[in-house]
Ligand binder design. Sequence first.
Ligand code: C2E
Ligand code: MG
Ligand code: MG
Length: 760
Amino acid sequence: MVETLSYLAKFRDWRCLGIGAVAGLAAAFAVLSAMVTAWASLPMVVAGVALGAGMLLGMAIAFSYCVLHVVRKIHEQNVRRDLALNNMIQGLCMFDGHNRLVVWNREYETMYKLGPHIRRGWSFTELLAARHAAGMLPFDPAEYEANMTATLSRGEVYNGEIEMEDGRVILVVNRPTSEGGWVATHEDITVRKRAERELESTRAFLDMIVENVPSPIIVKDASTLTYLLVNRATEIYFGTDRANIIGKSTIDILPPGLAETIRAEDTRAIESGEVSYQGEHGVVTPGNGTRIVSATRLPVKARDGNAKYLITVINDITESKRSEQRIEHLAHHDSLTDLPNRAAFNECIDATIAIAAASQESFGVLSLDLDRFKAVNDVFGHPVGDALLCEVARRLEQVCQGAFLARIGGDEFAVITPTGPQPQAAETLAERLSAAFESDITIESHQMRVGFTVGVAIYPQDGGDATALVANADAALFRAKSEARGSIRFFEVAMDQQLREKRMLQQDLRRAVEQNELTLHYMPQADMSGKITGFEALARWHHPRHGLVPPDVFIPLAEESGIIGALGEWVLRTACREAASWPRKMHIAVNLSPVQFQHGDLPSLVHQVLLDAGLSPARLELEITEGVLIGDFTRAVALLRRLKNMGVRIAMDDFGTGYSSLSYLQSFPFDKIKIDRAFVANLNHSQQSATIIRAVIALSHGLDVPVVAEGVETEEQRSFLAAEGCDAIQGYFVGRPMPIEDYAKTVGRKESHMTLVARG
Ligand code: C2E
Ligand code: MG
Ligand code: MG
């Protein structure tokens, strides 16, 4: 009844109300007529009663109709509600003011696998317990309930996302109702959430890419041209944090003129709506100095077709520009002293000749050679040598103001004087250069004095082109060095003549090697008793006009011109072939030039020569000088090791001259040390020579290396050496260098000539 009335009140069903009203009026009329007929006649009473009863019946019928109608309506409404509820894609449940479940839908049931057990009237606690039991509540039910009811009791909406153990994500919204209960919607947002996450991770990935792109990327708002987004490369490029960039415009960050230019470029790009390129230009950044950059601008349009953003990608070419400049600098400068190098010198001399020729002026070319540099390098090591060269360059630069100074080789420098009166200007400069080295140079607490030998050639009289001028300055230097180190010499025609002769001799030597005009002499080596144990092969050159040219002359010539390669191979082949033919298996020593170590594959050559000659490697002894180890030490030692591994023996020749660095002896296990003949020759005159010989013998024995003394001419020298423990000797006392025929008997040949051996 209450429900019916409340329905009537709520839905205001006018048809039912109308029927009810008619029925009510009929009832009232029946009562009234009954009361009136009470005073009237019985038939009237009967008629009245009948009429009243009929009316009451009508009223009952009308009321029943109303009730039935209302019940049907309510049923229809319930059906519709259930239909609506159960067709919701969200789960729904509703609780009354006593936390009792009053309504829920099928989706809710399915979502939490509650099945048919769920009951109307369940407390919220019971419902949560059921969900928990079904594994559909991934957290503590009591805590959840407490939090939720606390929020709802404040009249607030309690919502949250539940991540289910099976991977689903459910969005729950609990909304309080006016009746004191609440309605909850549960929406499965797994798919949306996944899409969101994917979008998020894609965005994060893109952000990461943009952030890490090594080129500065800048995004500006197209309407205000303020910076919206910059990546890390932009921070580096501007030399400031993005906090100082975002939200600002170019004028806030860059110098006004530049900011205006960039703004104009930005505007142009936005107006054109197309990608635009701005070539190389300088940008004065807030914290990274001036950068040289090019820029590509890309306007990004919104849906309405208007530009929304402007993306600028910067290509910072500052470093590559600097490298270009550095490379350019390196190409023209010496990396150690930073002085102009040979290439720059050649360019300068050509330019100076052109100027002097046009103005009919004169200038000088000075060729400078640092004295005793090699000794410094070897005694104190390369770092000291390098520091010395830098100090020398500094002093020269101080003197050479106005002149062009270059370092054109290891310890070789050259100067081009300005045009002016010559030779006075060149002479004054040369003297001032020499004077700059009168005081000692101290490097790493080593005090040393170095000097310069200078050769000078004057344009135009000593040469009209660069080649002639440089060659003649070198000729003057060559002469100065041979006369007195530290001297200054001007070019003279006679020097040119000498150079010419030298070149001719070189040509003759080349031809002599090609045409097999060289011969070999063999010089015996003996033990201390004088018994010959082997021979050293020494090259001889009989020049058709000049007669016998000493090896001290033609070997350096061969080294300078590269002829030494062919010459050395010829000596090696001839000596090995010769030794292989000896009946006595004596050793043969062959001298090797440092130049032979610099080019080609020497160990392979030696191997091939031994094979061709049929000589056992054990019988070959290769004599090298310190020169082999100066320069590319590592390569030289590697080659020596390969030779030694073949079974060939290696002797250190001329020990005691040059720099005689002990480190060389330590760096390679030599099979023999040959004391230079200068010490033996001086034995009679110099106590120092005796001391040096004694020291070398002691040193060699300490290293377990046998010692041979060269240049032994007298018995006196032999007996001194024997007393000192020397292992072997070589010299005129044993035998002079001679054609092998003169030693035929010694090598075991039957037919023998008289051996010319000078004794004493
Ligand atoms: P070296 O290898 O030290 O040869 C020894 C030099 O000392 C030879 O001079 C030899 O004649 C000379 N000598 C040896 N004992 C005495 C002595 O008791 N008294 C005097 N006065 N001299 C003596 P040579 O033949 O003039 O050779 C000079 C240098 O030329 C050699 O010095 C060697 O460095 C070089 N040489 C000679 N032949 C060749 C060669 O085939 N290849 C290379 N790379 N260098 C060679
Ligand atoms: Mg030798
Ligand atoms: Mg020697």
